[in-house]
Structures are given as C-alpha cells and as structure tokens.
Write a protein that binds this ligand. Structure first.
Ligand code: GAR
Length: 221
C-alpha cells in the first residue's frame, strides 16, 4: 500500500483510453478498491485520452518515446513516474509499446495487460482482422499478467464474443471492446481486494491455484 493508504494504480495508454475510463469509473463506483495514481501516455495520439483523464481530476503525464530514442531512458522515466505517483499496480490499457524484460522484472505480479483476442490465440496486432480472415466463429479479449514474452504471460480472464456473418473488423472490435470494459475492472477489482495474485506457483484466486482462466460469457449479461 502507498502512503496514500489505498492501492495506487498507474494506467498506461497509447490511444483513446476507453479502457482507462472504464477503470476510472469502476474505482469511482467502488467496484475497484484502489485509486488511479497516474495516467501515462507514450505518444501524442493519446492526447485526447489524457485530456479525458485530466477532466476526471486524475494526474496525467506524457512521456513521449520518440523514434530512435534510447528505450532504457524511456523506461527509466516511466518507472520513475509510476513510483513517484505511488503506483504499485501498473495497468497497460491499449499501451502499444513492448516493455523490456528489465522493466517487467521491476514489477513482478504487478503488471497487467488487456489484449483483444482469446489468448493464446492472436498475439500481436490486427487481432480482429486475423480472426475474421481465419473464419473463426468466436473471438474475445483477455487480461493477463505481463511477462517478457509479448502477450504471453499467464492469462487471468477471458471474455468470448460470437462472430456473426457480415461482421467487419469495426463491428467485431466494438463487440470485443464492450467486454474489455467488463473484464479489466473485474480483474483489477480482484487484485485490489487481495483475492487474486501471481505467486511462485502461478495464479491464485482466493488462495487456490487458478487451473484455467476465468471465463466471462458475453451472453450472460
Ligand atoms: C483495446 O482494444 C486494447 O485491447 C488494445 O487496444 C485497444 C485500446 O483501446 N490493446 C492492444 O492491442 C494491446 N496489444 P482504448 O485506448 O480505447 O482502451
């Protein structure tokens, strides 16, 4: 816990920041017992997202990682900003930068990501297009602990959505995003209340090993 008492969250964004806003709303509504210590963006495309966070009264930082710039210098600035704000849990929310193994090692079990696919399927970019091109009947989103392997850390939770005939990349992305806004706050809420953790034995929920990711069914709404 930080000197502020409640668990501090750092939310890292590279784009419009809708997952960040869903997390902020869940904190406000008490579904996550934590406070957002800072919202950090790495590129100007996220300026609107940062402005939306500032409007909510959240502390914001732009730490631009310019092309060709030294990655370790960027990551040092990022870690300093998170630590100074009193953030213990780092949440990648549409953060489109691969973090080094050294950075990841600073935050063992304290770095989460949301990814728009049913991991381990479709790691990387253009997940909706690739799922459509492959003729999948379902797709979804996953929340996972971040390790040095891109989109390869232990998966905590997945939400499935059906793929309908006539779906486009946009329609599918919108359906998946709705589920992202459900499962990210759900997982962070479990972490904040101490029910979920990454231990030497893997993911534990309520003191028991999580044998398979928590599955959230979009039809169950
Ligand atoms: C979300 O769909 C998120 O899953 C994805 O970027 C989008 C960000 O939207 N993340 C990745 O692709 C990470 N590899 P948002 O800025 O509105 O939260």
């Amino acid at each position: 816990m930080s000197s502020h008492g409640r668990l501090g969250l750092a939310v890292l964004i590279s784009g419009r920041g809708s997952n960040m806003l869903a997390l902020a709303q869940a904190c406000r509504e008490g579904r996550i017992d934590a406070r957002i210590a800072c919202v950090i963006a790495d590129r100007t495309e996220a300026a609107d997202g940062l402005a939306a966070a500032a409007e909510l009264g959240l502390e914001t930082r732009m730490i631009e990682a310019t092309a060709g710039a030294d990655r370790s210098r960027f990551e040092t600035a990022l870690a300093e900003a998170c630590d100074r704000a009193g953030a213990q849990l780092l949440l990648l929310a549409g953060f489109m930068r691969v973090l080094s193994a050294a950075f990841v090692a600073r935050y063992p079990g304290r770095l989460l990501n949301i990814h728009p696919s049913l991991l381990p399927k479709y790691k990387g970019l253009h997940t909706h297009r690739r799922a459509l091109e492959a003729g999948e009947r379902e797709h979804g989103a996953s929340v996972h602990f971040v390790t040095a392997e891109l989109d390869g850390g232990p998966v905590i939770c997945r939400a499935r959505v059906p793929i309908w005939p006539g779906d486009t990349e946009q329609s599918l992305a919108a359906r998946v995003l709705e589920q992202e806004h459900r499962i990210y706050p759900l997982v962070v809420g479990l972490m904040a209340s101490g029910r979920l953790a990454l231990t030497a034995n893997g993911i534990e929920l309520d003191g028991q090993a999580l044998q398979a990711p928590i599955e959230v069914d979009s039809a169950a709404e």
